[in-house]
Design a protein around this ligand. Structure first.
Ligand SMILES: Nc1ncnc2c1ncn2[C@@H]1O[C@H](COP(=O)(O)OP(=O)(O)OP(=O)(O)O)[C@@H](O)[C@H]1O
Ligand SMILES: [Mg+2]
Length: 81
């Protein structure tokens, strides 16, 4: 019943390109994370991989993947949803 995710060696290949190579992914309960990277480096792909549960993410963790961008505001993520 852990509330954290820790994957020690993550590699993602998409359409023949290595997007992520032997990387550590750690998402801890109560924290907020941002992805920084060049256009096309694989940020959206990684979100899709997480939301499709292609990684070992416990069933008791809910995931909602908002795939479209919305305008910046003072709303929290939950309020915006
Ligand atoms: N449907 C697809 N078919 C082939 N290649 C794709 C497809 N979707 C994405 N790619 C490629 O996969 C790589 C990762 O794309 P992705 O959209 O995850 O990057 P990103 O970091 O979210 O980029 P951006 O900053 O532009 O949002 C890119 O090289 C992109 O060209
Ligand atoms: Mg993207």
């Amino acid at each position: 019943m852990s509330r954290d995710i820790h994957i020690e060696s993550l590699s993602v290949t998409f359409h023949g390109h290595d997007l992520i190579v032997d990387s550590e992914l750690e998402l801890n309960y109560g924290r907020r994370y941002g992805w920084l990277g060049l256009n096309g480096c694989g940020k959206s792909t990684l979100l899709t991989i997480i939301s499709c549960r292609e990684l070992p993410i416990p069933e008791h963790m809910d995931i909602y993947h908002l795939t479209r961008e919305i305008e910046a505001s003072d709303m929290s993520a939950l309020e915006a949803l």
